[in-house]
Write a protein that binds this ligand. Sequence first.
Ligand code: ATP
Ligand code: MG
Length: 495
Amino acid sequence: MAYPRPFRAPMITKIIQNLFGKTGQGSKARFGKRRVIAASTHGIDPDLVDERAWNVVRTLQERGFQAYIVGGAVRDLLVGLKPKDFDVATDATPEEVKACFRRAFIIGRRFRIVHVVHGRGRDHEVIEVSTFRAHLDSNDAEQVSGNERTSKKALSNMTHAVDASGRVLRDNVWGPQDEDATRRDFTVNAMYYDPSVGEVIDYHHGFEDAAKRVIRMIGEPAARYREDPVRIIRAVRFAAKLSSLGFKLEPRTAKPLKAMMDLLADVPQSRLFDEMLKLLQTGHALASIEQLKQLGLAKGIYPLLDVVVERADTPFVKVALQDTDRRVGEGKPVAPSFLLACVLWADVREGWQARTGQMAVFPALQEAIEEVFNARIGDVSGRGKLAGDMREIWTMQPRFEKRTGSAPFGLVEQARFRAGFDFMCLRAEVGEVEVELADWWEDFSLADDDSRVALLQAVKPSPRAVRADGDVRKRPRRRRKPVGDKPPASDPTNP
Ligand code: ATP
Ligand code: MG
């Protein structure tokens, strides 16, 4: 059964548009010429398409809509990478998409899309479905005062809106596929793949750019960064992600990046925070930092990211970043709280150490943590879970030193034990605590109750065990050679 299509300009509109050249030959050329690339040319293996994404495409097509795998997944399949996620683009409106699936939710204001949800719990998978957008001509869009951060209310009924600088504040006017392709960011991100017939549709020579290993902005780069300054960070991300395959930013695309960085000041902090995490937690953290430095963007994108870049070469942060990249590469989960706890650990340690001797171990640590939260992450403190998890990782650290009585049994049962333990292992890797301590906890966590008792009994007196006579005995440390900087002489975790 054929369902009505969403984008059907009335005849009279078409005649007027043709008269004024809106969708006439001239502007068609501007949107790029549609090219169909056959399976025998592009060589994408349809079996590599995620089954759930394929299912979404098939369902929409069966209802009479156009539907394609789009964006990064096509790019990645084309260059032999495993796509991180599969996005779908269609000519069905969000409401029409929602009506096709049992569990589908319309989300977003600035850019309305549909989340089609498959599965439940940990295994659930979201396929993002976006409706083809019309080309956005800043002159036609409603212009509002204010910016992305301040004008939510004023924008509530608008579908196409920009601010005075050309920044897109609302992008919810549906259009044909060629216009949709033109408002995507890079040519390699603007291809559509129809797995049912095996064809790739390409309007901007993304196929050739993929072969040439070029990341090229569609249209005039500076104008595109003004429309959405987050594209500055996306340019860095793709340059990093694809660098191992030899991809480079095209010089015209790279040139305005530094000069336009100031535009990021008006982007909501939450969006910047999310983009920062994409730089750091998608398996290319070290490459992203390298790109930021090379492109002259090491400072100024987001305060917390500045700290990461600044500390990327310190031993502890370096192993944390390497470890994050390795985990993502192995398909293991990574938590932002863990990486941020690593990045800000130097501050916590410093504050903690400064208080040692003046107050008890735990209150000293708590105070130091508060200080760090206030100074460094006030802007994300609303993210309760993130902050809570960071706190837990840090406050667990002195508890690893206590290997007597029932304390270790309680610690190992904590929900966040694994994160705290992994953190301690990284500390051991840089010589901040003894490797023996990390090994012991690994054994303890894996042992049964009887073996745990035996492990506890086998613990040698702790380095500065307080003897019954009150004398503090110091055991010489069998510390592994630190990777770089020496840890402070008096280690606050061993007060
Ligand atoms: P990744 O592999 O990291 O998922 P991606 O290219 O799929 O990369 P997404 O953020 O998932 O990136 O976005 C999907 C697609 O949507 C992009 O490939 C691009 O075509 C388009 N897109 C996303 N964000 C923007 C933006 N800010 N401006 C223009 N197009 C965008
Ligand atoms: Mg994607």
